[in-house]
Design a protein around this ligand. Structure first.
Ligand code: DLL
Length: 430
């Protein structure tokens, strides 16, 4: 099913022409921002110098740090009078990034979300429980307007009060649920504790943090749904920029609205399809806050194959952010890989916490893992064998020795929004 058949299936030539036109518009829009005026002047570039999409490679990159330095409104290309909404990132590492929207931006965003939701087979026949944070986080409101646009019955449940969320799913006949994958697992866990079946649910949409294929299986089995991956970031409006279709093999990007590149994060060189690197995005329709070649920090690749659904080029699921990548004794590890390994072992659950310390100049990684409720006999004795097996499986996949501590079911923290499973204590002074 298509929301906007024409734009979702443009031919390569039509798409390239539209992208070029919109790229020039974006550069003109960016020239209204002092930061970009300076950058473009220094690069000796003007919108009229962009004659083909290849010329985009001559444009300078924008980094998250640049946006931070523009705090709060330094990147707005329109007067505040025309800004109708503001969101911010959580700003755990320094000042939050502020993003602004004109009325047109909000329409563009809702249009993309409408395409996404229609793409996964949802319509005005569905009841949609939107269990993402509403507020400064873009997740809740971003989905909300797209879901209303296609006429779904929207329940703005936000996060928290998990028992009540389960009751709502049952009482309101919810057919589609939207949350972070961590919170999806929490919903499954609480439904199981309550001893109820969520019969009406058929679709789950999960995003805002990395999640593995094993996590997908787990969510699907325990919630009785088909699970779809949803990707976006505040700087691209929020969720909606990229989404899986019913094939569930990579995420489509809305190329009419974003120019997508993958670069080598070290050299800045542009990489081809099938080569993994950092995603760089130039939004093509953003009015309030245009960005040029924004370095997302997210690690993925462009996919080589054409999707049978007829839409444009896909990206692979995001492995994580380059700054989430842990370098342990020289080995690169993403928390999503740990999750993947743990979920392949039936005796342990999906809940884990990673602690990293530096002992005698060596990095040590200890992973606390919850034992699966069904396999837990009430005592932690006799678990040495299991502990060995978990550590062995992690070593085989990660190529790294880790120490594993098994803990009782229900003892590790649960997350309603994005999970924080890594505590890196290497920088701390002892
Ligand atoms: O997380 C937007 C969003 C909300 C996407 C709801 C999907 C659903 P930020 O808070 O700005 O925006 O965080 C963006 O989250 O750069 C990725 O590192 C990560 N991320 C988002 N979606 C995924 C995903 C929202 N599906 C940052 N897989 C991004 C992996 C994801 N990582």
């Amino acid at each position: 099913m298509f929301w906007n058949n024409h734009i979702e299936t443009l031919s390569d030539d039509e798409l390239a022409a539209l992208q070029l036109k919109r790229l020039k518009w974006t550069i003109r829009q960016a020239e209204k921002v002092p930061f970009y005026r300076t950058q473009l002047r220094e690069a000796g570039l003007h919108a009229d110098d962009i004659r083909s999409l290849d010329d985009a490679g001559r444009l300078p990159f924008t980094r998250k740090q640049d946006l931070r330095e523009g705090y709060p409104f330094g990147f707005f290309a329109v007067p505040l009078k025309q800004i109708v909404r503001i969101h911010t990132t959580s700003g755990t590492t320094g000042k939050p990034t502020v993003v602004g929207y004109t009325r047109q931006d909000l329409d563009n965003w809702a249009e993309m979300m409408a395409r996404d939701l229609t793409m996964v087979g949802l319509s005005d026949d569905d009841v949609f429980q939107n269990a993402l944070g509403y507020g400064l986080f873009t997740g809740g409101l971003g989905f909300h307007y797209g879901a209303e646009k296609i006429g779904m019955t929207v329940i703005p449940s936000a996060t928290g009060n998990t028992k009540r969320q389960i009751e709502m799913i049952m009482d309101f006949g919810v057919t589609a649920i939207n949350s972070t994958p961590s919170y999806g697992m929490r919903l499954a866990e609480v439904a199981e504790e309550m001893g109820v079946e969520l019969d009406t649910l058929r679709v789950g949409i999960f995003g805002a943090e990395p999640w593995s294929d094993n996590m997908r299986k787990e969510l699907e089995e325990r919630l009785g749904i088909t699970a779809y991956d949803s990707y976006g970031m505040s700087e691209m409006y929020g969720p909606g920029a990229s989404f899986e279709c019913e094939e569930r093999n990579g995420l489509h990007f809305w190329h009419d609205s974003y120019l997508v590149e993958i670069i080598d994060p070290e050299t800045g060189e542009v990489l081809g399809p099938g080569e993994r690197g950092e995603l760089v995005v130039t939004p093509l329709v953003k009015e309030a806050m245009p960005l040029i070649r924004y370095r997302t920090g997210d690690i993925t690749m462009l996919m080589e194959d054409r999707c049978p659904c007829g839409r444009g080029q896909k990206i692979a699921r995001i492995m994580g952010r380059s700054d989430d990548m842990l370098v342990i004794r020289g080995v690169n590890v993403f928390p999503s890989q740990i999750e993947h390994v743990l979920l392949s072992l039936p005796e342990v659950g999906e809940q884990f916490m990673v602690y990293i310390d530096r002992m005698h100049h060596l990095d040590e990684m200890n992973i606390e893992v919850e034992i699966n409720r069904e396999c837990f006999s009430g005592e932690l004795k006799d678990l040495a064998k299991l502990q060995k097996r978990v550590a062995g499986a992690l070593r085989d996949t990660l190529g790294l020795r880790t120490s594993v501590t098994l803990v009782e079911p229900g003892t590790l923290p649960r997350f309603e929004g994005k999970a924080k499973r890594v505590i890196d204590r290497r920088g701390e002074v002892w």
